[in-house]
Design a protein around this ligand. Sequence first.
Ligand code: PGA
Length: 258
Amino acid sequence: MRKALVAGNWKMNGSLAANRELLSALSGAIHGSDAVAVAVCPPAVYLPDVVSQLQGKPISVGGQDCSDETAGAFTGEIAADMLKELGCEYVIVGHSERRARQQEDSAWVARKFIAAQSAGLVPILCVGEQLDDREAGRTEAVVAEQLDAVLDAAGVAAFDRAVVAYEPVWAIGTGLTASPEQAAEVHAFIRARVAGRDPRVADGLRILYGGSVKADNAPGLFSLPDIDGGLIGGASLDADSFIGIVNAAAAVQAQGNV
Ligand code: PGA
């Protein structure tokens, strides 16, 4: 059985005081299990403080982005090695907000994925379609392009040490969630696409769902066979909501469904 992952993407939110309050609530309630891994991805400036507060706790830490370069004249960028040095285990690459605002294309995202792995981080590769793509029947074509760019550049074996997050852009921060059927369809498509290159890698690959996941819709999503946890934005900033989502993943795992 694949171990589920519930990762909180804090985006550009938080403060030293608010983070400490949130993390103390999370570490009081999340005790670690063999069935569910938990991670938080704070803004990079807070990483040292977050890592030190989570020392010895069963909650991992991730970055929200990394450079595709290792060092040099890249003002404002953060190298994957730096995230690793600070204690990160994961890094999100290709989030739709960055694909849109920073115009990161799939080739660039693939280079970030490779840079992350070279530094020993586990990339969480985000893929997902816009609403007009879905309405035009282009969901699979868009997701395939985003996925294939990384498969081609990094090789399928690299997905042994990676996580994919399917995040329909129209469901992020909007309160709209993909229906379990819509999500299940794309998750199965992603797994089949990877299986086309290597069935063993596909079988072990964790594919998270992201987009307005809350404690109340999490059980329905996480109980689908190809959904192995979630990438949580808004609800990861509220301790009770995030703990509820982690508990939902644990309950589904206990039933042996994920
Ligand atoms: P959301 O964000 O849960 O606020 O929709 C998810 C994400 O963007 O990772």
